[in-house]
Design a protein around this ligand. Sequence first.
Ligand SMILES: Nc1nc2c(c(=O)[nH]1)N[C@H]1C(S)=C(S)[C@@H](COP(=O)(O)O)O[C@H]1N2
Ligand SMILES: [Mo]
Length: 552
Amino acid sequence: MVPGWAGALAGLVSGGVALGMAQLVAGVVGPETSPVVAVGDAAVDLTPAPLKEFAIRTFGESDKTVLVGGVLVVLAVIAAAIGVLARRARAYGFAGLSAFGVIGLLAVLTRPDAGALDVLPTLIGVVAAAWTLSWLLGRAEGGPVPGSATSGGVAGDGAGVKRSVAGADDGPPVAAGAAEDVGVERPAVMRAGAELRAFDRRRLLTGVAGGVVVAGAATVLGRQLGGRQTVDAARVGVALPRAANPAKPLPAGTDFHINGLSSFITKNKDFYRVDTALVVPQVEPADWTLRIHGLVDRPVELTYDDLLKMPLTEADVTLTCVSNEVGGPYVGNARWLGLRMSEVLRRAGLRSGADMLLSTSADGFTCGTPVDVVMDGREALFAVAMNGEALPVEHGFPVRQVVPGLYGYVSATKWVVDVKVTTFDADEAYWTPRGWSAKGPIKTQSRIDVPRPGDSLRAGRTKIAGVAWAQHTGVDAVEVRVDGGQWKQATLAQVPGPDTWRQWSIDWDLAAGDHTIQVRATDASGYTQTEQLAPPAPDGATGWHTVTVQAA
Ligand SMILES: Nc1nc2c(c(=O)[nH]1)N[C@H]1C(S)=C(S)[C@@H](COP(=O)(O)O)O[C@H]1N2
Ligand SMILES: [Mo]
């Protein structure tokens, strides 16, 4: 029998070929049908809230890379184990690969928008792996050993493998091997079934090299094919209409332009991204429709063109993620252009008793948004543009929701395609059964942007600055204290309304030594941020952002 490491290597390479072929086929069928992505997606779905929080806290926006990396490492270990087992009997290897295939297929088929063709990447990947494993082990087992009874034929060898004993493509393995390294490799002659087989390291390794090339080429080609299936071209071609209800011009002084302080408007490329999608959904605007149904008198269906022709509204709104820790980065402010949700809902005719809008994205994510919030006059939008350009694909192109005052997980559905008017009693959105509160009003918060934690400053006058938010209520005051002393009022920047964050700044004389800086905001309802620390789950973090620095 071939040694364990050789089996593990054959298993690994076979796994690589499987993933490469799957990637190649997924490049044609659709990137989200790759088993790795589907298994990763399923893992995201099944992740309990505390683990999700841990992942976001630990890996931030690279949590997806870490997840895919994790899936690959687990796959590699199992593939190696399958290779080791398959040395004893191919059937063990095939059974292992089949089990894998079933898991991959389950993950692919339980995706919300799964189609029949989506099974192809996994199926072809598994078949390719079985073939490769068999072929590699066949090569490793070498030819029959001279003098053994079965010289001249190898029974039960890998499927479709052309074997030759002498004078073939890569030479008579035993003869060449024997000539080269008698006493080194050859002693690995063992019993395999009734036959004596030699372990042929050279033929295994050349096979492995071939497998690696095939796996790599298929992966690269698959990525290129998949990369072409993007909606970038359609996005660039969108002609955005003028706003029928333009945003009020920004008042002078919304931005202090202090180095290190978050700018009032967050550039699209700097805007935080949080979603469950491992592969960004590619939704062609030409294929997009929005269906509004459920507890309404007249269900509505809009195309992208319909939407662009309706009177659009522009609004400056700060989005915030419920997963944001005190002082965290998952908050950003943009100018959105879109259709008022209330307008469409009025057209559809809301039935009494409806208290929830269950919106669904193209990839099956859902938000549950309170009807009264959307209908109370605030600028809740089906947004098509962000900071003057069509929505970036990762921020929801072609259409997403934006609702001032609600955390993203209950309101900001990207790639939105369906809104069911319903009740909180009858329906549950994505994060609710995963341990997050059904309703998610944003909690009043403030953050110190400068100085950064751990900064070494020159003693003396220094600028402390940051942002505070209390969407749809508005920030009325921000106070700062150092080393637990007196709170002092910070200077507030201008804001266009209650739906954006507000910059604040204060100059402070810092004596030499270590200092602790803290901030708290008071909103327009009179509420001052509590000092009480709460973690993000289930309904948003609380506490005062605290930064320690040294002055010298
Ligand atoms: N389709 C979809 N929309 C989604 C999400 C998601 O996972 N899938 N996440 C929501 C959450 S939790 C937040 S905080 C916002 C973030 O929007 P952004 O990525 O544009 O900043 O999107 C929301 N919309
Ligand atoms: Mo979020």
